[in-house]
Design a protein around this ligand. Structure first.
Ligand SMILES: NC(=O)c1ccc[n+]([C@@H]2O[C@H](COP(=O)([O-])OP(=O)(O)OC[C@H]3O[C@@H](n4cnc5c(N)ncnc54)[C@H](O)[C@@H]3O)[C@@H](O)[C@H]2O)c1
Length: 341
């Protein structure tokens, strides 16, 4: 039984408490939040959990094996570092930190301490996203031309990070996972429409190896809640829509063919669209957060790093976010990303 301490019990932390309470091989033993009111609410829903206003009480508790950090983004590096130094395994919410150097330090520290350090890139555990990966890997889509993601809604607003740092870690983590790589360069625009110091929306174009171009649109001032990714290959196309009740995946047997016919007026070939059927495959429904938590517990039990969402993956996402932010600050200038050693 792995005993977990959850740090940060705001909007998201209670989901981790619920999940770690449900798994057979973990226990949500303790939680911490600077807000007494948040802790009182947790006590009502989870009477067995011990609470603390200072997360250091969790780190000092010899009974706690691991921590799950769901406090604001600018606390992730500090709390993760202190937790690793106190010999606790760490599952840290996205993004792992605000700078690649901080991610590197955490990665090295986890290795030195022989502790699991995982990032909450929960969409990597989403069965729909896993099936996108299978379509790409099996070659069913053919050569990938481009990908496009939309993650929009009206709110919830954040006051610690902008919409890019809040929402895009998900899409960048997904694309890095799907294309087995970090982008080579990025170009992005953002806008502070609500008059705060933070961008409320961003449009980022990421260049992946093999000529794959991926576009990310994130916004918290949009009329529609959308969680969608389109991937276009030269054989088939696929759309993932996390909110579609019919099923999250639609596979389109559509592609464009070049005819060998020569036309005087159209040049050497003609492009013809080929339209086949649309398939909605059955995807087994499993809560991604639960799959993520189980994977973390398995890694902790084996004292291993995650193969899916380890510190290196977390660092690649933070590197990309920094490059996108730099490009936004420079009104769309192309920013190159140096590959990690
Ligand atoms: N994976 C996902 O899908 C997902 C979804 C939502 C949020 N998140 C991430 O979870 C984290 C928290 O997001 P949220 O929406 O719950 O934010 P929130 O603001 O609702 O909650 C944060 C909580 O942390 C507490 N806190 C602040 N400083 C603290 C400290 N030093 N020690 C202990 N508690 C502290 C606050 O009092 C608050 O209750 C963020 O990093 C966010 O990116 C991830």
């Amino acid at each position: 039984m792995i005993k977990i301490g959850i740090i940060g019990c705001g909007h998201w932390g209670p989901n981790h408490i619920r999940i770690f309470s449900q798994l057979t091989n973990s226990q949500a033993a303790m939680c911490a939040d600077i807000s007494e009111e948040r802790l009182n609410r947790i006590k009502q829903s989870f009477p067995g959990i011990r609470t603390a206003c200072d997360y250091k009480q969790i780190l000092d508790d010899k009974d706690i094996d691991a921590v799950c950090i769901a406090s604001p983004t600018d606390t992730h590096f500090k709390i993760s570092k202190e937790a690793l130094l106190k010999n606790k395994h760490v599952l840290c919410e996205k993004p792992l930190a605000l700078k690649p150097e901080e991610c590197r330090e955490l990665k090295d520290l986890a290795q030195k301490q022989n502790l699991t350090l995982m990032v909450g890139h929960v969409f990597i555990f989403n069965p729909g996203i896993v099936s996108l990966k299978q379509y790409i890997k099996s070659g069913e889509l053919g050569t990938i031309h481009y990908a496009h993601s939309t993650r929009t809604n009206l709110g919830p607003f954040r006051y610690d990070v902008n919409a890019l740092w809040d929402l895009a870690p998900h899409d960048i983590a997904i694309f890095n996972y799907l294309f087995d790589s970090c982008p080579l360069s990025v170009s992005a625009r953002g806008q502070k429409c609500l008059g705060t110091s933070l961008e409320d929306l961003a449009f980022a174009t990421l260049d992946y190896p093999n000529n794959i171009i991926a576009n990310v649109h994130v916004s918290w001032i949009d009329p529609k809640k959308i969680r969608e990714i389109t991937i276009v290959g030269d054989k088939k196309m696929v759309v993932w829509d996390d909110l579609d009740n019919l099923g999250p995946i639609k596979l389109y047997d559509k592609h464009v063919e070049k005819t060998a016919t020569f036309y005087e007026t159209y040049g050497e070939f003609q492009l013809l669209s080929r339209e086949g059927s649309i398939t909605i495959p059955k995807i087994t429904v499993s809560e991604p957060l639960k799959l993520q938590a189980q994977h973390f517990i398995d890694c902790v039990t084996k004292k291993a790093q995650s193969s899916l969402a380890n510190a290196q993956h977390g660092m690649d996402v933070v590197k990309t976010l920094c490059a996108v932010q730099e490009s936004m600050d420079k009104k769309g200038e192309c920013v190159f990303i140096t590959p990690s050693a």
